[in-house]
Design a protein around this ligand. Structure first.
Ligand code: SF4
Ligand code: SF4
Length: 118
């Protein structure tokens, strides 16, 4: 469990709670199909037993830069911040990290902004 918590604790050396990246559901559009819940492997979504609707229960579990659940939503109810926000985080980090560790840190996953070249 400790290892799992670590996985969600930071992203590229930035404390995850300092990063505003998670899906937002427009409940005027949501039809409760559950496709987003089934798509996400990080437990971001849960069924809210009180409302009977899907909810973003663990926003900090969302992988920064991922928008994988957005296209599976049949009604366009899911939105994310602009991807340029993620680019900005990486740029800021590479400026702070000028001493050289930028070469070994940020991964370049598909759909996630690449770090600046050293
Ligand atoms: S963007 Fe990716 S990690 Fe975030 S909630 Fe959607 S599928 Fe899960
Ligand atoms: S995929 Fe879209 S419509 Fe379906 S439960 Fe999620 S937000 Fe609602």
């Amino acid at each position: 469990m400790e290892q799992e918590d670590k996985k969600f604790a930071e992203w590229n050396g930035i404390p995850r709670e300092e990063i505003s990246w998670n899906p937002t559901i427009d409940f005027d559009k949501c039809i409760g199909c559950g496709a987003c819940l089934r798509k996400c492997t990080r437990g971001v979504y849960e069924l809210d037993n009180k409302t009977g609707k899907l909810a973003v229960k663990n926003p900090l579990h969302c992988f920064v830069g991922c928008t994988g659940c957005k296209p599976v939503c049949p009604t366009g109810a899911i939105s994310f911040p602009d991807k340029r926000y993620v680019d900005g985080l990486l740029k800021k980090r590479s400026l702070v990290d000028k001493e050289g560790s930028c070469c070994s840190a940020p991964p370049s996953k598909k759909g996630v902004a690449k770090s600046e070249k050293c």
